[in-house]
Structures are given as structure tokens and as C-alpha cells.
Design a protein around this ligand. Structure first.
Ligand SMILES: [Zn+2]
Length: 122
């Protein structure tokens, strides 16, 4: 068990409206809060925690799938929205936000975070 103070601290950034709507168990809310903090840390300092953007992005993707599962959403890559929020990313944010659910991703060819993905496509 965690104290009320710890609970409030860990779940501060969790969407409370969605929690109420989904009627999530407390353990899921805590897990979502913990994983969000991990996600925020990686997004803010990817190369501090990982040897390459590629590895940092893999972890972000795993966290996004896990979070979708905890929220009770389908585990669908088309709805991932954190990959373009990594520090250093120069991909077009609004275009990618608007494309959520379509499976399309818009990259900037000069983005230091995602350029390896474009090299793979060639
Ligand atoms: Zn990018």
C-alpha cells in the first residue's frame, strides 16, 4: 500500500476524467502514473538514459502499448502520440496529431531523433 500523499504525487498527471469514465482500479491508476513519469523522463532526456534515439524510441513505444492496455484501449500503434514529443524531435507535431488513428506518420527528413527510420525505408 502507498500513502495518500504518495498516491496523489504519483497520479497527479493522470487524466482524472478518463479514470472516472473508465472506472479503473486503483492499481491501474498507480501503474499509469508511474509509467507516465518514466515516459516523461525518457522524452525529456533520451540520450541520458539510452545509447541511441532508436533505443529510447523502442522503450517509448513499449510504454505506449502498456499504457493503452492499462487504460483499456486497443493496443494500437496508430494512436501513439509520444514518439514526436521526444526532446530534439523536429517532426511536424500538428500534422502527426491530426493524423492520430490513421496510421500515417509525418517525418522531417532532418529530424535527429527519427532520421534512422527514413534511412530504413530507402
Ligand atoms: Zn522526429
Amino acid at each position: 500500500m502507498i500513502s495518500e500523499q504518495e498516491y496523489n504525487e504519483v497520479t497527479a498527471s493522470v487524466n482524472k476524467e478518463l479514470v472516472a469514465q473508465k472506472d479503473l482500479p486503483e492499481a491501474s491508476i498507480i501503474a499509469i502514473g508511474v509509467l507516465h513519469k518514466a515516459l516523461d523522463r525518457i522524452l525529456a532526456r533520451p540520450l541520458f538514459y539510452y545509447d541511441s534515439y532508436e533505443l529510447a524510441l523502442e522503450e517509448v513505444e513499449r510504454l505506449e502499448y502498456t499504457l493503452q492496455g492499462l487504460w483499456g484501449f486497443p493496443q494500437d500503434k496508430a494512436y501513439h502520440r509520444y514518439w514526436w514529443q521526444m526532446k530534439g524531435c523536429e517532426c511536424p507535431k500538428m500534422d502527426n496529431y491530426d493524423a492520430l488513428g490513421s496510421g500515417k506518420r509525418y517525418y522531417n527528413a532532418d529530424c535527429p531523433v527519427h532520421k534512422h527510420l527514413m534511412e530504413e525505408q530507402q
